[in-house]
Ligand binder design. Structure first.
Ligand code: B12
Length: 476
């Protein structure tokens, strides 16, 4: 179908449609933002949200994914070559400005393009996209609302009120219905040309997938249970295993909130992987509590391919963990660390740097790191996302407004420290990062495990990261 030109807002009228030619939909992931320091060189995963949308629309529309995070991809050229009717953007908070710029560029080329915003940020803060260049916002995405929307569009009809969709025509009022995203099996072939680039730390190429949505541990700093629902909802094991078997990559990262939460399900998982003879490297998120509660199961998971667990240890002291509603303790963290080592599974630990830590606390934190000795440590200054539970508590101490979208990334200090100057705080963050890399031998681990080439890639990221912090420190 040729692109519709100069249409009335939200309506595609084109003679080709009547002849049954499919509507063209270009799905775009915006380019890299330098704030996303965990991305580029460290973690660079497939745009799985767009693969889900593709999967729903592929039979009724001509759909294409454009991943602008991959070098050499050109947005305006793609608009001219592919001539879409609809241009849809996926988004995280840090992408808001990029999405608005891209939508503006698209509308400049052809005001008839219908522009959509979807993704995490559209769900958490749809108002970020109330903008003259965005026609519709998918606050949440279901098979039903996608099909209804595109069905109306391809019939050339006005878009009716659809649950989950906010349209500029109605001042983005929407229907008022609340909901969450559907679990949709992504169409991974839609990113076939890009897949060799996607990685998860040293594992490259690496796919990502989800086997269970939601989380019943409502940690105060976390948005995931808000995004995905307040309790775990498992996918059937046969569906999970079929998906795994259909993934070409040798490594898969499960981004479930806590892949390890249900021992019975894990036994089923191990049985199925063994029975089907699947050999892959697995990486997952898992809580310290779950690891500590099931040492034998961790041994078994290690044997069937679990290579690393991302564990949120968060802090060196119980009072922080209690204030986060983490439902864990430092003793449990230490036990989990021991069990992982015994099972030969690497621990990629994440920690929240509390804005009320003193220099002495940072010292104690480093001592705790030495005890836990994770293979990799991610240190993030506490980030009270506007949609989360910590926001109100720290609102008065924020160093930038919630509209400074590209700052909300876990990488910069967002709360004014109470025990030292901002500059000194950044210095402590840098010192601790250096300690992790030099004294805890995280760099040696990386070379040993992934080889020099990966190490150089990761080192590039570390240097960029270090430089960003140095600048922030000097500015502070
Ligand atoms: C896996 C994950 C990652 C992975 C991979 C993500 C990827 N594919 O690129 C890695 C580790 C790389 C990562 C990196 C980051 N992440 Co992250 N990540 C997640 C996690 C756990 C799951 C995200 C996900 O893929 N969900 C599954 C897919 C299917 O959902 P989805 O994308 O929303 O898509 C659905 C709908 O939104 C819709 N949809 C999506 N796009 C579009 C587009 C259109 C047009 C339409 C119609 C519909 C639509 O379709 C899907 C239907 O189910 C979330 C937590 C969570 N549960 O959301 C955090 C999360 C999204 N990440 C977060 C952050 C901050 C980051 C980083 C900025 C951190 C950093 N400093 O680097 C980076 C930025 C990444 C980037 N794109 O630039 C925050 C985002 C907060 C926010 N307000 O946006 C979250 C919520 C974590 C948190 N704070 O608790 N992340």
């Amino acid at each position: 179908m040729k692109q519709a030109r100069g249409n009335k807002q939200g309506v595609v009228r084109d003679a080709n449609q009547e002849r049954g030619v499919l509507m063209r939909v270009l799905l775009v992931r915006p380019g890299r933002r330098k704030q996303a320091i965990t991305l580029g060189e460290f973690m660079f995963a497939e745009p799985i949200g767009l693969e889900c949308v593709y999967s729903v629309l592929k039979d009724t529309c001509q759909v294409k994914i454009l991943d602008l995070m991959i070098e050499g991809q050109e947005f305006t050229k793609e608009l001219q070559d592919f001539r879409p009717d609809v241009v849809g953007f996926t988004s995280y908070c840090i992408d808001v400005l990029a999405v608005l710029e891209l939508a503006k560029a698209a509308k400049k080329i052809n005001p008839g393009f219908i522009t959509l915003a979807g993704g995490t940020q559209a769900l958490l803060a749809p108002e970020s996209f109330y903008n003259e260049y965005i026609d519709h916002i998918f606050e949440y995405t279901t098979k039903e609302n996608l099909l209804e929307f595109f069905d109306s569009l391809s019939r050339g009809e006005e878009i009716p009120p659809i649950a989950g969709v906010r349209s500029r025509r109605d001042n983005y009022l929407g229907t008022g219905a609340k909901g969450i995203n559907d679990y949709i099996i992504p169409e991974r072939s839609s990113t076939a040309g890009y897949r060799r680039h996607y990685s998860y730390f040293g594992y490259k190429p690496c796919a990502i997938m989800q086997t269970s949505m939601g989380c019943s541990t409502h940690c105060k700093f976390c948005l995931r249970w808000k995004i995905e629902g307040p309790v775990e909802q498992d996918r059937p094991m046969t569906e999970v295993i079929d998906q795994i078997a259909g993934i070409a990559e040798p490594s898969i990262m499960f981004y479930d909130n806590n892949f390890l939460y249900n021992p019975r399900r894990l036994e089923d998982f191990c049985d199925a992987i063994e029975t089907r003879g699947i050999r892959k490297n697995f990486i997952c998120y898992g809580s310290a509590r779950s690891i500590a509660a099931q040492p034998e199961l961790m041994q078994r998971l290690g044997k069937i391919g679990l290579r690393a667990v991302l564990v949120g240890y968060e802090s060196f002291r119980d009072e922080d963990l209690a204030s986060y509603q983490k439902q864990s303790t430092v003793a449990v963290n230490l036990e989990a660390a021991r069990i992982l080592k015994e099972a030969g599974i690497d621990c990629w630990a994440s920690f929240i740097l509390h804005p009320d830590w003193s220099a002495k606390d940072f010292g104690e934190f480093r001592r705790c790191l030495k005890q836990l000795k994770p293979e990799i440590s991610f240190l993030s200054p506490m980030t009270p996302f506007p949609a989360g539970l910590l926001y109100r508590q720290y609102q008065d101490r924020l160093l930038f407004p919630k509209e400074a979208y590209d700052q909300w990334s876990f990488s910069v200090v967002s709360i004014r420290p109470s025990q030292m100057s901002l500059r000194r705080y950044y210095l402590e963050v840098m010192r601790t990062n250096l300690y992790v890399n030099l004294c805890l031998n995280n760099s040696t681990y990386l070379v040993r495990k992934f080889g020099w080439r990966t190490m150089v890639r990761l080192l590039k990221g570390s240097l960029k990261f270090g430089w960003t912090y140095t600048k922030l420190m000097l500015k502070g």
